[in-house]
Design a protein around this ligand. Structure first.
Ligand SMILES: [Zn+2]
Length: 517
């Protein structure tokens, strides 16, 4: 009896000690990651070089190429093997200076800029009377108005009732005044949307219809409901320039046009057309020492819109991944699986770079452990969803337990979650059945202040939170590399939709490999 008891005690100790040592190793690694992140952070250096020096990264632009080269140079310096991998081509357009000046009834410089891909103006610019697009009550109404805009610059955005934020109204107006404002605001929007439906265009395609009708320029305004902040996308016109003007100056022109003053504006934009250029993904790999053919993928799009410098969309994602790799190179050089970082091109035109990568690399796609994608601003990661993978709760919950307590306590997980139909690059992987997860951040007013706006700049970055994210990504990547086997790819059975039909796993994403220009 005694003898047998000793034996089973020894066996029990043995069984206990293996995972305990493993856990201790993991805890030690987690401490080393945190220590390295705090002692030697390179985030501010990376941010300055990418955001301030290179600047915005519009698909096809020379700055995008510079960004690709910068990524490759930095990853090579970290001991990774990095390359720019071509997958298509795009119209190459380079932003120049933009000037918008009201020339009548008085001179005033206006806050405005050429939209991306807008045709340039003539060398001296164009100068013309500004007219405001009225509300239409039918298609024929719109068609007859089109006959009046020849030679004019047309204002095509809605001019909001107030340039104050909603929060400001709520705080300072009387309850009755606030309620009245809300009613008027939603009435105005409804009328505007009704009128737009008669044009048969969206705000992005309307300039082409106006160009065909003889307008010489278009001014849009796309207010985010915060003073001074406007969204800046691209232009679809072929000949005439399209400019964005901030709400405050836009309202000035709009009121003058409405009052019959016939204001005049000079538009000057000297962008360059550079033909077409190749589009790339910048890929960095650190080969796995035990399982080189299995991959843990770090994902962030490198491109941006160019109304500002794409700081939180998505330079922060790019530098988070770079810093995570820098840390891991230092404290975890013996990575078991291959760590692959995808710095995607052309996310903003429809997740094109990441979709192309998945399409072009079936051999990698089938052996991906997990994908960690970050693309919603500078905030600390607080939400991880299961993307519709049945067993995601099992391994993600287990890995999250290793995060430093104050990080872990804030993270909300939602399992099994739903597979994405778009939004950001993890969807390109999820659609092919690869466990890929968006690491979602606290807002920091991402939607109203920085997302595709003229204010997405270096100063909006909260570096302590980005550092926290680099630590989280480094730890989750380490654990995914160490996991004994590849995790389950089992999908959930999707729900029945409201029409009684079985929802199917999304497959809508396909890489667009040319701009078609
Ligand atoms: Zn983005």
């Amino acid at each position: 009896m005694k003898h047998r008891g000793m034996k089973s005690l020894a066996l029990a100790l043995l069984l206990l000690s293996a995972p305990t040592i493993f856990a201790q190793n993991k805890d030690a690694m987690v401490s080393s990651i945190v220590q390295e992140a705090n002692a030697n952070s390179q985030l501010e250096k990376y941010a300055f070089e990418l955001i301030d020096m290179i600047g915005p990264r519009l698909v096809g632009s020379p700055q995008m190429q510079q960004a690709h080269d910068w990524v490759v140079k930095n990853y090579n310096a970290l001991g990774a093997q990095a390359r720019n991998e071509p997958y298509g081509e795009w119209r190459s357009w380079e932003r120049g200076t933009s000037q918008v000046t009201m020339t009548y009834p008085r001179i005033k410089s206006l806050e405005g800029t050429q939209l991306a891909f807008s045709p340039m103006t003539k060398e001296k610019g164009i100068e013309a009377e500004v007219v405001a697009m009225p509300l239409f009550s039918s298609q024929s109404d719109f068609q007859s108005w089109l006959k009046t805009i020849k030679g004019k610059i047309v204002l095509i955005g809605m001019n909001p009732l107030s340039g104050r934020s909603d929060a400001n109204w709520k705080e300072s107006a009387s309850p009755k005044g606030y309620e009245k404002y809300q009613t008027l605001k939603s009435d105005q929007l409804k009328k505007w949307e009704g009128s737009m439906s008669y044009t048969g265009s969206t705000r992005r395609t309307l300039p082409l219809a106006l160009e065909n009708a003889g307008a010489v320029g278009v001014i849009d305004s796309y207010w985010t409901e915060l003073p001074g902040i406007t969204r800046i996308f691209d232009a679809k016109s072929k000949q005439i320039p399209v400019f964005n003007v901030g709400l405050e100056d836009y309202g000035l022109l709009y009121r003058m046009a409405e009052h019959g003053v016939k204001p005049r504006v000079s538009l000057h934009g000297n962008s360059k057309e550079l033909g077409t250029s190749k589009t790339y993904n910048s890929i960095a790999e650190i080969k796995g020492k035990e399982k080189p053919d299995e991959y843990v993928v770090l994902s962030a799009h490198l491109d941006s819109w160019d109304g500002a410098s794409g700081a939180t969309d998505n330079a922060t994602g790019v530098i988070t991944m770079m810093e995570a790799v820098r840390i891991l190179r230092k404290v975890y050089p013996e990575n078991k699986r291959t760590i692959l970082v995808g710095n995607w091109g052309s996310e903003e035109q429809g997740l094109n770079g990441s979709s192309a990568f998945v399409e072009d690399h079936p051999e990698i796609a089938k052996n991906i452990q997990v994908v960690w994608n970050q693309d919603n601003g500078t905030g600390r990661i607080v939400r991880i969803g299961g993307s519709g993978f049945e067993k995601s709760y099992e391994y993600i919950s287990r890995w999250v337990q290793y995060l430093p307590e104050e990080f872990r306590n804030e993270i909300q997980t939602s399992f099994p979650g739903m597979p994405g139909t778009g939004g950001s690059d993890h969807s390109s992987f999820v659609q092919k059945g690869i466990p890929a997860f968006g690491l979602s951040s606290t807002s920091w007013d991402y939607g109203t202040v920085t997302w595709h706006t003229n204010r997405d700049t270096y100063d909006k970055i909260v570096f302590d939170e980005v550092k926290q994210n680099a630590i989280i990504v480094a730890i989750l990547t380490y654990l995914a590399c160490e996991e004994p086997t590849l995790v389950s790819r089992e999908k959930i059975i999707l729900p029945i939709d409201k029409d009684g039909k079985q929802t199917v796993w999304p497959t809508n994403l396909q890489s667009k490999r040319t701009s078609g220009n």
